[in-house]
Design a protein around this ligand. Structure first.
Ligand SMILES: C[S@@+](CC[C@H](N)C(=O)[O-])C[C@H]1O[C@@H](n2cnc3c(N)ncnc32)[C@H](O)[C@@H]1O
Length: 287
């Protein structure tokens, strides 16, 4: 199911899934082609010849390895669904963007742009390198970006600059999400839109443990307490194995009650004949 509300004819996107199979995915980020593990791809590769174009390949035992004489850059810049981001390979095999969320960036921008009200406010929790933050900020809305990793918040700020959004009204917060939400509730703050992408396991700035199975319901309760009287949406995404659309929808309807809840799969996609790969789920609540 596609979460987009329209087709952008002039959209720039330098990401594509090139192939998948045998437990791996082959992706192009701008000029850089990478081969990485992908547990969901337990079919055979469709285009084995395409894999020779990979600049580097990652596996959990040996880390990143350059392939065929090509160099894996220490960092590079790509534009995905009109959002420009700096990518840097990490020791865990990530690059600083989850491209399966890109269709949701469009939905965030479209939904916030469609608002009649000036000055909407959005909160992005577990905000990582800032894709959803910038999708909201590019509509002119005020955004609060929260992540416990100082280096990811720095990266997100760099990404804001790459999108000429350095002067945009974005609050950059390095903090544990639970502590931050508790403080915002005590201060009487509120937001029109809330986006959250909780990790399976994570850590706050002072070692606070986050576990999606134990903590998501109370995080959603805190989010409900922070919605304005005229809210726009809550958008919840998850990459955790075993978390389904049914689970996210049930949790959202239990906590947020009245309203409309929809859900779908996040997917890595490429050209028409490339088999898409499921990569997590999303659910969203609108009043
Ligand atoms: C799954 S990633 C989010 C991906 C992001 N939504 C995106 O699409 O780019 C999880 C993020 O949560 C952060 N995190 C983990 N535990 C946290 C906690 N207790 N409080 C705040 N941030 C946390 C991590 O630093 C990481 O950036």
């Amino acid at each position: 199911m596609s979460p987009t509300t329209g087709t952008k004819q002039t959209m720039r996107s330098e990401y594509e899934l090139l192939d998948s199979g045998d437990g791996r995915k082959l992706e192009r980020f701008g000029d850089v082609v990478l081969s990485r593990p992908c547990d969901q791809a337990f079919w055979e590769k469709q285009s084995p010849e395409a894999w020779t174009t990979a600049a580097a390949s990652f596996d959990r035992e040996r880390g990143w390895q350059s392939r065929g004489g090509a160099e894996l850059p220490a960092s590079w810049i790509v534009t995905i669904n009109d959002i420009t981001m700096m990518l840097k390979p990490t020791p865990a095999g990530h690059v600083g963007v989850f491209p399966e969320t890109r269709m949701l960036w469009d939905w965030i921008s479209d939904t916030l742009s469609a608002s009649d009200e000036a000055g909407s406010s959005a909160l992005n929790l577990f905000a990582h390198s800032g894709g959803a933050t910038l999708a909201a900020a590019r509509t002119g809305c005020t955004v609060c970006h929260v992540d416990s990793s100082k280096s990811m918040v720095t990266r997100a700020r760099e990404n804001a600059s790459l999108n000429q959004l350095d002067a945009a009204p974005i609050r950059w917060i390095v903090e544990d999400v639970g502590k931050f939400l508790g403080r915002e509730i005590r201060r009487g703050r509120s937001y029109d839109a809330i986006m959250l992408d909780p990790p399976s396991f994570g850590h706050g700035t002072k070692g606070e443990q986050y576990r999606i199975d134990r903590d998501l319901a109370s995080t959603l309760e805190q989010c409900r307490a922070l919605l304005t009287d005229n809210p726009r949406f809550v958008l919840l995404t998850s990459h955790t194995l075993g978390v389904t659309t049914v689970l996210l929808e049930s949790l959202m309807s239990e906590v947020l009650r009245r309203g409309v809840i929809t859900s779908g799969e996040m997917q890595l996609t490429g050209a028409g004949d490339v088999r898409p790969v499921d990569s997590g789920v999303w659910a969203r609540w609108t009043p």
